[in-house]
Ligand binder design. Structure first.
Ligand code: SAM
Length: 275
């Protein structure tokens, strides 16, 4: 078996297979192993951990994850990377799945183990994938994900910040969410138009169960759909002032100032009124 150390540098491997980044697949590669190793450290994975990586592409992050001793399953949509990733699979613990990450069954991939998701996400499917991982019955042990900076800021924003909105409330109700690394556009090949950042999310033991989460989704959609309005106006159709007072909130508050716990209280009050 070839060892990981014996593999050619990523640029050489790409050139040897005649591969160029494709815009349609959101391909911006991390070819510097110092950066991918740092991401693997931030993911806090190690020997024997099960990791699902989405979008390995040429495999820079995959190599770094494999070096930790983790057992990696990588899901890649672009068939062109098969030979390059098969070289990597021959050098360590890697299972390759060629397909669309939006359609895979993570529970089956994890095979009953607690699995960590790590990904330099394709920008065009980053948010739908995050929502899938946060809201489906299968729950990852942790998620370490690259987003464009503006999306990362929205995920971790505190109440009152300009970036605070529905995505942050839902992500933070389910997980502890932290921005752990800023990554400038120049770190990628080819560089994207925007800077990126890595967010690490760890699901909370007391994350809302499906019914509570549905209520939270409904209330945050209404409240942030008209974020400049007072709650008593934006939530009129869902119970208005009575509901807001039952949740212990100020009907004159605006969505952008209500903390995550306040939205959870609103969800509970809404569920209670529906019986
Ligand atoms: N992980 C590599 C790196 O860091 O260099 C590549 C990152 S690149 C931003 C995103 C990768 O996701 C590409 O390899 C792309 O082909 C893949 N991809 C895009 N859409 C996908 C999808 N729906 N399912 C699985 N992989 C996808």
């Amino acid at each position: 078996m070839t060892s990981l150390d014996a593999l050619p540098p990523l640029r050489e491997a790409l050139a040897a297979h005649g591969l160029m980044a494709k815009k349609a697949f959101g391909q911006h590669f991390l070819l510097d192993l110092n950066i991918t190793r740092k991401i693997a450290r931030l993911a806090e994975v190690g020997e024997g951990d099960v990791v699902i990586e989405v979008g390995p592409g040429p495999g820079g992050l995959t190599r770094a994850l494999m070096e930790t001793g983790a057992r990696v399953t990588a899901v890649e949509k672009d068939e062109r990377f098969r030979p390059l990733l098969e070289d990597l699979a021959a050098a360590g613990e890697l299972t390759l799945v060629l397909g669309d990450a939006l359609a895979v069954d993570e529970a089956a991939l994890a095979g009953g183990a607690a699995a960590h998701i790590v990904s330099n996400l394709p920008y065009n499917v980053g948010t739908p994938l995050l929502i899938k991982w946060l809201t489906e019955p299968w729950t990852p042990a942790s998620l370490t994900l690259m987003f464009q900076k503006e999306v990362a800021d929205r995920i971790v924003a505190p109440p009152g910040a300009g970036a605070y909105g529905r995505l942050g409330v839902i992500a933070q109700a389910i997980c502890e969410a932290k921005l752990v690394m800023d990554v400038p556009a120049r770190a990628f090949t080819p560089p994207p138009k925007v800077d990126s950042a890595i967010v690490r999310l760890v699901p909370r033991p007391d994350r809302p169960e499906p019914r509570r989460l549905d209520a939270l989704q409904k209330l945050t959609a209404a409240a942030f759909g008209q974020r400049r309005k007072m709650l008593r106006a934006s939530l009129k159709a869902l119970g208005g002032e009575d509901l807001i007072l039952a949740a212990g909130l100020d009907p004159q508050a605006r969505a952008e100032t209500v903390p995550v716990a306040g939205f959870l209280d609103l969800a509970d009050a809404w569920l209670e009124r529906r019986g």
